[in-house]
Design a protein around this ligand. Structure first.
Ligand code: GLN
Length: 460
């Protein structure tokens, strides 16, 4: 993107035409988009934007972010006809910076899933191998960027949904510190975990976008940071002398042996860059999946209560008010969303609250403490994003537990509220492998600096 920003305005027209040409060519296979802007209107609007910092370069938005002029379906039948009623704060910021919207990207229904197979509308395919999933839940966003159908995309990361598809599609996905990016206009899944983050082709673009995404917002009561830095400043300073930890729990038997091998090269690259690489331990990692799925489902069961057939959504055809609620929800939600609502309602119910939700909160604290302790000794933590490369469409969809297990290395970060970025870490059998760099609270600059150096020096 930066190349384009520095070149002549005429380039923008070409870029937009090229994007639509790629969309025409690839979209029948990849199916990343749920809705697209008209190319004529986009060309017209961008002409006035070339003097703005983002120069009229359009972005692709996950379909759970309110975007005027587009629907916000959340990948759900329930919201099939729901038109956005305002611009989310992130959309407002991007528009002000001169980036209009190219289209809305497919996703797992209400962002629940790790493969984008839970979308009511379509299954997005991995551009590297069309028989495989793009990861999830922001699979449409990552696939669009990987297939050159987007310059950049926004995703949301509640339990890895930016980093997981970025890893499977071979692109860069950043999950910022909780509270750094406004959630206003993001359909809530699990409010204590949700963060919006950029998906880009390279690390620099991720930093550039963060400059516009990270800002204080009165419309989000968890907005935590008053002043944000320039994330691109000093990105090329290198990482000599930084201490990078490799958590031994992330290199256990669930990790594909080919990724295990790849990680040796990651280590070498960090060492060549002058970093001090040490083994560390995050001992409570084994509780992360259970903790995450209890907390996220509990919050989801409360957040999704608003979809009742009365407001926002499609409505069952009946005269009985009780039937209206239950049938609308039965007809509107897909199987995975229903599973989460049931799980969450159960975990929060009287008699089970302490045993499940209360216990999960305690485990969350321990997981956070693991990171706090680790960051007393290291600057950054590097690990695989996912235990395997992209799996086949249909391979895990019948087995929810198997699907949940693919989140083992990404959910701890959300539970701890810290930032992490997944970036390309080579390929196995022509499939991308994601490497994740995690940092302490608000360590985005350090993560980006390390990623930028790694990107330039890693040889697969
Ligand atoms: N796989 C996670 C889940 O299904 C992803 C959630 C997310 O980050 N939106 O809950």
């Amino acid at each position: 993107m930066i190349d384009l920003l520095e070149e002549s305005p005429g380039k923008l027209e070409k870029l937009i035409n090229d994007l639509f040409a790629e969309i025409d060519d690839n979209e029948p296979d990849v199916q990343a988009y749920l809705e697209l802007a008209s190319s004529d209107e986009l060309l017209k609007s961008t002409r006035e934007l070339v003097d703005q910092p983002l120069k009229g370069i359009p972005g692709t938005i996950k379909d759970n972010i309110q975007t005027l002029g587009f629907k916000t379906t959340c990948g759900s039948k329930f919201l099939e006809d729901y038109d956005s009623v305002y611009d989310a704060t992130v959309i407002k910021s991007l528009k002000e910076a001169g980036s209009p919207v190219l289209g809305k990207a497919n996703m797992d229904e209400f962002a629940m899933g790790s493969s984008t197979e839970n979308s009511y509308f379509q299954t997005t395919r991995n551009p590297h191998d069309l028989s495989r999933v793009p990861g999830g839940s922001s699979g449409g966003s990552a696939a669009a960027v990987a297939a050159d159908e987007a310059v950049y995309a926004l995703g949301s990361d509640t339990g890895g949904s930016v980093r997981h598809p970025a890893a499977f599609c071979g692109v860069v996905g950043m999950k910022p510190t909780y509270g750094l990016v406004s959630r206003y206009g993001l359909t809530a899944f699990a409010s204590s975990l949700d963060q919006i983050g950029p998906i880009t082709k390279d690390v620099y673009d991720s930093a550039l976008l963060l400059n516009y995404l990270a800002r204080h917002d009165e419309m989000d009561s968890t907005s935590a940071v008053k002043k944000t830095p320039d994330y691109t400043e000093g990105i090329d300073r290198g990482i000599e002398g930084l201490k990078v930890g490799l958590p031994k729990e992330y290199f256990g038997k669930e990790l594909d042996s080919r990724i295990q091998e790849k990680a040796k090269k990651w280590r070498k690259t960090f060492e060549n860059l002058g970093a001090d690489v040490v083994e560390i331990s995050l001992p409570n990692t084994e509780y992360a999946i259970a903790t995450y799925y209890i907390i996220a489902s509990s919050e989801a069961s409360a957040n999704l209560a608003r979809f009742d057939g009365v407001r926002y959504t499609s409505r069952a055809d009946t005269d009985s008010i009780e039937e209206l609620f239950s049938r609308s929800r039965d007809e509107g939600f897909g199987p995975e969303v229903k599973r989460r609502i049931l799980l969450g309602t159960y975990a929060l119910s009287a008699g089970y609250y302490d045993e499940y939700y209360g216990k999960a909160q305690k485990a969350r604290r321990l997981i956070k403490q693991d990171f706090d302790r680790a960051f007393e000794n290291v600057d950054l933590i590097a690990a695989p994003t996912s235990p395997t490369p992209a799996f086949k469409i249909g391979e895990k969809i019948e087995d929810p537990l198997e699907m949940y297990l693919s989140d083992v290395f990404i959910v701890p970060v959300n539970l701890a509220g810290i930032p992490a970025m997944s970036m390309p870490g080579g390929k196995v059998n022509d499939l991308p492998v994601g490497m994740q760099i995690m940092g302490g609270s608000l360590a985005e600059k350090k993560i980006l600096r390390a990623g930028y150096a790694f990107e330039r020096n890693f040889e697969d």
